[in-house]
Design a protein around this ligand. Structure first.
Ligand code: ADP
Ligand code: MG
Length: 701
């Protein structure tokens, strides 16, 4: 019998190959499949009579195959399937390319449903490569009504996955509902089985909204429950008190090459005050890219070090960790603080030896993680830090940079590094400017400090969507900037040249710029598949202004700080989300120099014009410099059927809820608080307790 636990291979028409591909999507059982939700819907709910087809418009028609045949294209390179389809109002020509099997699947006399775009054909109308579906009995799944679209990997089609889900949708009713009934009742939520059935096969858009609300609530509720449990737990645990060393802190601040902003001072003050307590701090430090979070973190770490305690700063990428290490060693070079760097491939430490009043900075490579951890005050690294099973001496402060890049488990692991039961104070940093109210609603267990003020003298990054015909001009401008000593980023979506028409790749752009455009200028390239050593060398050369132009993939998206770079040029910008583009833009404008962001988009070299939607999206970036607003717009641009809210980077991973579900988030929070007040052991709700599962167990016992 089919159950939620049934292995995916037992479902009819899932062969070994398909099972392997489904596994890549995390789908191994019927239940996984059921909980694989669509991210948007095509609206084919209106049928268009053939006589009313208009060129340029998408339409769904139902008709009878009058004629169907395969042909070879004149130059014999391609199969063309031509068909004639009729309904009561008229006939239309339909064409598919290189899918000769269609002429076998569809026969004269078959009733078909077609969804696609009608185009002009020498005055007549033709439907080009529509999605097709033979209607044998009842309703069409792929071409009529609201048709779900799923995020898929290569070699699984929308049709396949819909077909599979359709087969097992009856199981929706047996999905275990762990949400206590009193809650779903109070919030007036759809029951879980209906919600699952409707999220896959809605009849109306209202169905989608209701289903989504229910599933999103579940997701938000679990997050809130976890947050609240952590908060309770934190109130019970003990941290080392870190005293505020006023004099040295002042000395440090005075030694900076700039004046701290008011917002930086305030944030630092809030953090230092938290750290003076013996209850663990749990604070989110948020500030838009370039607002100067790092130096605030350094103030906190310095205070811990001065008190003889350790801090750790964990960054999501090796490039960033290395950069932090470099910056921090420099900032603290006048203090007697030992600093370590631990990533997968680089391990070293930096210290100041003072022999007879003569201070000397020294750095040494050291492959022994344990040695570094036990002999430094400030440890910087990537998640390699937590993989190494080493305890700290006395970890008082854990800082996580770009916190959304880390999972709950990684954060937790970092918190358990002390030999005694002391919990380190936790500071999470994020560049995603979520409004404070939303941050509090989302992370119920955190306090929030906001750096809402940019360092003085920063100029807005002037942003332009550059049409292809002005590319020359942009290159000349870049040349001018380089002459003045500045540097340039060029971002491309891909590493290698691909067959995706017109999407720019790092290797191709590098070749072009290096050989044809800027042959007299030193150019480097960077991407995630390079060896760490190569990456490091390139980054160092770029930082040292030896490389003037760096062609890179999105690996430089977060955190990278090269103040001398003033131009961010983004190729195939339409391939990135707005929030992500904003992050790229944040790589420049980090100094007093005026900076620029040039957006190139579309298949410029192939002469295909950009769609209105793309132009509007890019225009939004030109006009708006607020990361949160941009993230919101991103959501809007992806269309009303779009269910996902968090596919863009910079937010916690949500499968179906959106960050803009502020109301629902509040409701989930209230419900979680109420529930915990009622029975913090969760014993009254065994299914919920099981769902809350693994890591909470420790809290609940
Ligand atoms: P982010 O908040 O994105 O992590 P960083 O900490 O990397 O920003 O800081 C961006 C740049 O701004 C760095 O080069 C840093 O030295 C500089 N900076 C930080 N604070 C100030 C300030 N108050 N005035 C001028 N420059 C600053
Ligand atoms: Mg940063």
């Amino acid at each position: 019998m089919l159950t939620l636990n049934t292995d995916i291979t037992k479902i009819s028409r899932v062969g070994a190959a398909a099972a392997k591909r489904l596994k890549k999507l995390g789908i191994e059982t019927a239940g996984d499949l059921l909980f694989y939700f669509p991210f948007r819907y095509d609206d084919f709910s209106r049928l268009t009579p053939i006589s009313e087809l208009r060129p340029g418009a998408s339409a769904n028609i139902v008709g009878r195959i009058e004629l169907i045949q395969n042909k070879r294209s004149p130059r014999k390179r391609m199969y063309i399937t031509e068909s004639l389809v009729s309904d009561d109002t008229g006939e239309v020509k339909v064409v598919w390319f290189n899918q000769p099997f269609i002429a076998r699947n569809l026969r004269v006399g078959d009733k078909v449903s077609l969804a696609g775009k009608a185009e002009d054909d020498y005055g007549g109308i033709v439907m080009m490569s529509p999605v097709y579906e033979k209607i044998t009995r009842g309703q069409a799944v792929h071409t009529q009504g609201l048709v779900p679209n799923y995020h898929l990997t290569a070699n699984i089609t929308q049709k396949q996955i819909r077909f599979l889900i359709k087969q097992i949708i009856g199981l929706a009713r047996s999905a275990k509902d762990w949400l206590p009934e009193e809650i779903s009742h109070a919030v007036k939520l759809l029951n879980l089985g209906d919600a699952i059935a409707k999220i896959h096969f809605p009849k109306t858009t209202a169905d989608i909204d209701r289903a989504r609300e229910r599933l999103a609530f579940n997701e938000l509720f679990l997050i809130q429950l976890q947050s609240q449990l952590i908060r309770r737990d934190a109130l019970r645990s003990v941290s080392a008190k870190v005293a505020f060393k006023e004099e040295e802190t002042k000395k440090f601040v005075d030694s900076l090459p700039f004046k701290l902003t008011g917002a930086q001072r305030k944030a630092a003050w809030e953090i230092l005050r938290d750290m003076e307590k013996d209850k663990p701090m749990s604070r989110l430090l948020e500030g838009d890219v370039g607002s100067g979070k790092t130096v605030v973190a350094v103030i906190a770490m310095l205070n811990a070090a001065l008190g003889g305690m350790q801090s750790v700063l964990m960054a999501p990428t090796e490039i960033l960790a290395r950069q932090h290490y470099g910056t921090i060693c420099q900032l603290l070079s006048n203090f007697n603080v030992k600093i370590g760097l631990i990533t997968r491939s680089v391990k070293k430490m930096y210290y100041v030896s003072s022999i007879k009043y003569q201070r000397k900075r020294e750095e040494k490579n050291c492959l022994n993680t344990k040695y570094i951890i036990l002999n430094t005050d400030i440890i910087i690294g990537t998640h390699a830090l937590i993989q190494e099973n080493v305890e700290f001496k006395n970890l008082a402060l854990a800082i996580i940079d770009e916190q959304h890049r880390f999972g709950v488990d990684q954060r937790k692991a970092l918190m358990k590094k002390n030999p005694n039961s002391n919990v380190p104070h936790l500071l999470s940093m994020t560049a995603t400017p979520i409004p404070r109210s939303l941050a509090l609603a989302l992370y119920g267990d955190l306090d929030v400090s906001v750096i809402d003020e940019m360092p003085a003298g920063r100029k807005k990054v002037l942003t332009y969507a550059v049409p292809e015909e002005k590319r020359e001009g942009a290159y000349n401008f870049i040349r001018g900037q380089i002459k003045q000593g500045r540097q340039v980023f060029v971002i491309c979506p891909l590493i290698d040249i691909s067959d995706k028409l017109g999407v720019k790749s790092v290797k191709e752009e590098f070749e072009k710029l290096d050989k044809k455009i800027f042959f007299d200028i030193n150019i480097g390239f960077l991407h995630g598949k390079m060896k760490t050593k190569e990456k490091e060398e390139i980054m160092r050369d770029f930082l040292d202004n030896k490389i003037k132009i760096l062609v890179s993939t999105s690996v430089v998206e977060v955190g990278v700080d090269v103040p001398n770079a003033t131009i961010m040029m983004i190729e195939s910008a339409d391939r990135f989300g707005l929030a992500q583009l904003h992050q790229f833009r944040g790589r420049v404008g980090r100094s007093e120099y005026q900076s620029y962001c040039f957006l190139f988009a579309g298949n410029g070299d192939y002469g295909v014009p950009l769609s209105d939607k793309t132009l509007k999206r890019l225009q939004a970036l030109v006009n708006c410099h607020n990361g949160f607003e941009l993230a919101k717009m991103d959501l809007k641009f992806r269309g009303p059927g779009e269910v996902y809210g968090t596919a863009q980077k910079g937010f916690p991973e949500l499968k179906i809820a959106s960050l803009f579900d502020y109301q629902l988030m509040k409701q989930a929070q209230d419900a979680a608080v109420k529930l915990i007040n009622q029975d913090a052991s969760l014993n009254s709700w065994p299914e919920l307790k099981e769902k809350a599962g693994g890591w909470e167990k420790a809290h609940l016992e």
